[in-house]
Each structure stands twice: as structure tokens, then as C-alpha cells.
Write a protein that binds this ligand. Sequence first.
Ligand code: PRP
Length: 207
Amino acid sequence: MGTMINVALPKGRLGEKVYKMFEAAGYGCPDIFEGRKLIFESKDACVRYFWVKPSDVPIYVERGAADIGACGKDILLEYDPNVYELKDLGIGKCRMVVAAPKGFSDDSEYPLRVATKFVNIAQDYYASVGRDIDIIKLNGSIEIAPILGLSDVIVDIVETGTTLKENNLVVYEEIMDISARLIANRSGYNFKSAAVSELLGRLQEAQ
Ligand code: PRP
């Protein structure tokens, strides 16, 4: 048997797209979308997949529970894990933005109240533009914060723009473009380098 590669996939739409890329490259695993099981293995393809919460992917990879994983660049920038970034997968494209209610104008006499899941990204951004902020860490449904007066603006991900629009928010500033990345455990990348290189080559060919 060849070397088994352990892959952490983010649960949800992005993870499903990433899996399809792996399947097209010859790393298919029967029944992976069936039921509520979280670990799937194909001995023939020498691959084992784990479905994990997107922000946990780098934790599995950094600690070697997974050899490789896929996650958004936003998560890498926010958590700064000690992993190799192997490849931009060219999917999961979106933007990190500052959004605010229509007509918002920033009053520089006060710290700007910023609601976000991405505390480090927001702090780095506002440090780079020299603006004092009061950060409000939330875990989801960030768009509600300015509507309820909890914050002045939000720092969040925009993909189609629908969530902003339906909550009467507009993009106020662009912070960066985001896409999904393939990451690898640092030591696993060395001792499983042949298997990981082959996988990378086959992904490239299948694209
Ligand atoms: C993300 C993001 C926005 C939405 C943007 O939320 O936080 O709410 O997607 O997508 P759109 O521009 O296509 O509307 P996610 O689904 O990750 O949920 P959460 O932030 O509430 O956890």
C-alpha cells in the first residue's frame, strides 16, 4: 500500500468543491457525502478525509492530525498557523471588506466601533491606516451589529453581496481579496513529500 494522506476539508460548500477537485485528480472516496459520518477513507486511493469546521482546518494541519487541508486565506491571515501554504486553489473567491449602513460617515473624533469575526485582520488593517478602533468580536451574523447600533461598521467577507444588500449595508472600504488555499503540515510535508508532490501534480493536471 502507498502512503496514506490525511486531508482536512472544511465542512460546507467550499469543502465540497475542494473534494470534487481531489476526486477529479483520482482521490475519490465512496459515500463521502452520505450520512453524518465525519471521516472517510479510500485504501485504493490512499487518502483519508475529515470534515471539520472551516476555522479548525489549520489546527488539524499544524498539529499533524491532517497532512494537508483546505481553507480560506482569511483563516490563515487571522490565525497565522505554522503550516506550508502549497497552492491557491482558485476557488472560494471573495473579498474582505469594511461595510457600513448607507450614508455612514466616519467621525475621527471617536474610536470606530468595528464588529467582526476577524479581529486580527481588522486590527492590522486599521493599524495600517492609523485609525483608532474599538473592536467587538462576534461569531456570526455580523451584519446585524450596525443595524442595532452595536457597532459603526463591520469587517467581514463578501461573496455575492446578497447578505449586505438584504441588510441595507454597503461596502465602505476594500481590505483584500480572498481565495481557498491548500496547506500542509511542515514535518508531514517532508516525510510524506513523495505522496504530497504526486497529489499536487495530479491536482494540477486535473485543473
Ligand atoms: C459569510 C459572511 C457573510 C456572507 C457573505 O457568512 O460572514 O455573512 O457569508 O456572503 P454573500 O456576500 O454571498 O451574501 P457565513 O455564511 O460564513 O456565516 P456567518 O458569518 O454568519 O457565520
